[in-house]
Write a protein that binds this ligand. Structure first.
Ligand SMILES: [Zn+2]
Length: 252
């Protein structure tokens, strides 16, 4: 596996297989997977000023506001500057967040977004994927199944503990359609922005995880003559020779 110094934003509605593809990208390119949820939890746990601000909102069950999220993301990405590139998952979600991210890295060569992958799926497929999920409601078990892709041995019953499986409210077909529409509404302007910047690659994510994974990796590999994402070349940017010690720290 080669480490790549490329910064990727991964977009995809619930049910697009984003989590699986994030893992595929991470495994193939050695990118640091930066998930907003994990990052918020880490900031809260480490008790930084921004973490404490985030915690106040989370404790009240409210969404953490943009400026706090952007602050936490930037702090984290800057603290690890000089390593391999990153894969942002779940952030940015809005144009305001995208702009704040770019501003935070203004003037830092090689630290802005290189490529945005947008996993697209039809509502029918998302409904099939999500509404087929079943979970074990036993709090000490929590096993997850899928009626089509990972069925339990006995229909409707948990293999591990024998509890009757349930369909989560979030996974009901009507709710899934609403979630999908809400995601598309929320991200439409962001997608347009990345498209107009020439960073967007739309990927048909209706196939199997492997099929989609192949397309995802192809979109990130440097292509001959097409100005693909730069390869994992040490140093990276012209001009680094004048500032030794800035570009070449890697693999730590
Ligand atoms: Zn169970």
């Amino acid at each position: 596996m080669a480490e790549a110094n490329v910064n990727v934003v991964l977009l995809g509605a619930p049910g697009s297989g984003k989590g699986t593809q994030a893992q595929t990208i991470k495994d193939a390119f050695g990118l640091r997977h930066v998930s907003t949820g994990d990052m918020l939890r880490a900031a809260v746990a480490s008790g930084t000023e921004l973490g404490l601000r985030a915690k106040a909102f989370m404790d009240r069950g409210e969404l953490v506001p943009d400026d706090v999220v952007v602050g936490i993301v930037s702090e984290r990405l800057r603290s690890e500057d000089g390593g391999p590139g990153w894969l942002l998952d779940g952030f940015p979600r809005t144009v305001a967040q995208a702009e704040a991210l770019e501003k935070a890295f203004d003037g830092r060569a090689g630290r802005a977004v290189d490529r945005v992958l947008y996993l697209r799926v039809s509502p029918e497929i998302v409904v099939e994927r999500l509404s087929g999920r079943r979970v074990c409601p036993n709090p000490s078990c929590g096993a997850a199944y899928h009626v089509r892709f990972m069925p339990p041995k006995r229909e409707g019953v948990c293999d591990r503990c024998g509890t009757a499986l349930v369909l989560r409210d979030d996974d009901r077909p009507d709710t899934v359609r609403q979630r999908l529409a809400a995601y598309e509404r929320q991200t439409a302007a962001l997608v347009e922005r990345y498209r107009s910047l020439g960073l967007l690659v739309e990927i048909d994510a209706s196939g199997s995880p492997k099929e989609v994974g192949d397309k995802v990796l192809a979109a990130l590999r440097p292509e001959e003559g097409k100005g693909g994402v730069r390869a994992a070349c040490a140093g990276g940017k012209a001009g680094d020779g004048q500032s030794p010690g800035r570009g070449g720290k890697r693999g730590g």
